[in-house]
Ligand binder design. Sequence first.
Ligand code: SF4
Ligand code: SF4
Length: 126
Amino acid sequence: MSGNHCVKFWHGIPRDEILWQPLVQSCLCDGCGLCVTSCPANALSFDFELKLPFVEPMRCLVGCSICASICPNQAILIPDFQTLKDIIECHHLEVTARKELKSHRRRYNSMLPQAYGTNDLDDLHN
Ligand code: SF4
Ligand code: SF4
């Protein structure tokens, strides 16, 4: 697992201004832990007393919905994807992305997968 830290920005937008995080419905959760052990960002830990997942919102990856998708009991709610689309449109993130691609051709070039490094992935959040 990677990304064991809080993200402060997402494409230049303060992460705490983006309402994107899972909501665990405790009445449906049976404490299996599958969401916790599957989160790619370590944004979920486990409360062994309550037998429930615990969410750390600032670690949650904007746009991700893995935990909700895999929960056997459909106990996890994720924000409406329209929320995300509105943020992308409002902040002109498609324009930002095109500029990013152009200015970092080597990093994103599909013919040069070896160009990838962990720092490159971290850069996406700055
Ligand atoms: S995967 Fe679903 S049922 Fe299992 S711990 Fe997570 S929320 Fe609860
Ligand atoms: S939405 Fe993705 S990053 Fe966020 S808690 Fe769920 S699995 Fe982790």
